[in-house]
Design a protein around this ligand. Structure first.
Ligand code: F6R
Length: 364
């Protein structure tokens, strides 16, 4: 049932404050200022390396997790798409944890990669939305997302719930490895607990995003730029737009622009820049200026301070609530989803059932 919403995708976008809160609720103990995961059958503190494997949007959630795990737990993280991981003779050493991220828990390549990692002696952790799925059954450490059934083929609420779980996982691993003080953990838990309200505040910009969708819908190509943990969000934004509006889009690490893609820039290519205030802001904005100097039309997604500082010469700006850089990827997912949604509606595509795509990809 779509309720008052025109499409399942929009309904699911709007469910995010609630389902992210539900998901966080099962991993955070806000009163104690602690994260608590289900206790695995193995010793998390003994993990020396994490290998993340997933496909599509779930892979981008995994990319964000790599930044978090390396930053907080100081454990090296490797990440690969499942269809590559299986066939490249990955080196799997003792003390390795393989972490699989999947909404459905049935994606054929991810499942095969899981079995391959198990044969290679890895402990298996699974972040999955369908608790009865095959991957859930085969996990040593099951980390469910509580997004509820996702009907829209383009993943939205499953993604932000995956991020919520992965953030909790990174913090728990960091604590177990002795890399996080109780005080730091308390601070991070407080920031994570702010995510649902921040998502809610981001949803308030729906009308503004709808109003600019018409101009993006005319484009043949769109670029998305981000840095650090917001770089995967650029990839996710481009994937979402491609999937449902059929407009060609690419996501790039903002600093990679001048190594090639900047050649594409002219006044016909909108460039969506994801730049929350924080340590990487100035660097991203200087890449944005390189785009503008070549006539590129920029949509800047930032917070009030960021837009006050850099929003002047943009085609449009979208104001996000000011959040800690840790939760920015969770919050910035919202405008990225809404933009793809409204552009697709302008183009009149079948938003919930895009051509050529299936909800669960059970063939290789
Ligand atoms: C994109 C999308 C796909 C899935 C991918 C993996 O909107 O939904 O890219 O993320 O097919 O599916 P799961 O997460 O079920 O393994």
């Amino acid at each position: 049932d779509k309720g008052n919403h025109r499409h399942f995708m929009l309904k699911e976008i709007y469910e995010q404050p609630v389902v992210v809160a539900q998901t966080l609720g099962s991993y955070l103990r806000p009163l104690e200022g602690r994260v608590s995961l289900p206790v695995p059958e193995f010793d998390l503190a003994g993990i020396r390396r994490v290998t993340i494997v997933a496909c599509g949007t779930s892979y981008y959630a995994g990319m964000v997790a790599k930044y978090w795990i390396e930053r907080f737990a100081r454990v090296p993280v490797e990440i690969d798409v499942a269809s590559e991981f299986r066939y490249r003779a990955p080196v799997l050493e003792e003390g390795g944890l393989a972490l699989f991220v999947s909404q459905s828990g049935e994606t054929a390549d991810t499942l095969a990669a899981l079995r391959h990692a198990r044969e290679g002696g890895q402990k298996i952790a699974v972040v999955v939305n369908v608790p009865t799925s095959t991957m859930a059954r085969e996990a040593d450490l099951l980390l469910p997302t509580h997004a509820g059934p996702e009907i829209g083929v383009a993943s939205t609420k499953a993604f932000t719930c995956q991020l919520a779980v992965l953030a909790a996982f990174a913090v728990n691993l960091a604590r177990d490895k002795g890399r996080l003080s109780a005080e730091e953990e308390r601070r991070i838990v407080r920031h994570l607990a702010e995510a649902p309200a921040a998502i809610n505040a981001a949803l308030a910009y729906d009308d503004a995003i709808e109003a600019m969708a018409g101009s993006i819908a005319q484009a043949r190509d769109v670029l998305y730029l981000g840095r650090g943990p917001d770089y995967p969000l650029a990839l996710e934004g481009a994937l979402k737009l491609k999937e449902i509006s059929y407009i060609h889009a690419e996501g790039y690490a903002a600093g990679e622009m001048k190594h090639g893609p900047i050649a594409l820039i002219d006044e016909h290519v909108p460039v969506i820049v994801l730049a929350p205030s924080g340590p990487l802001f100035e660097k991203t904005i200087s890449n944005m200026h390189e785009v503008q100097a070549r006539g590129g039309k920029v949509v800047l997604i930032s917070d009030y301070d960021g837009i006050a500082e850099a929003g002047d010469d943009c085609l449009a700006t979208i104001t996000m609530p000011k959040v800690h850089p840790l939760i920015a990827p969770i919050v910035y997912a919202i405008p990225v989803q809404l933009l793809a949604y409204h552009v697709a509606v302008v183009k009149g595509t079948d938003v919930d059932q895009p051509r050529n795509l299936a909800k669960s990809v059970t063939v290789e």
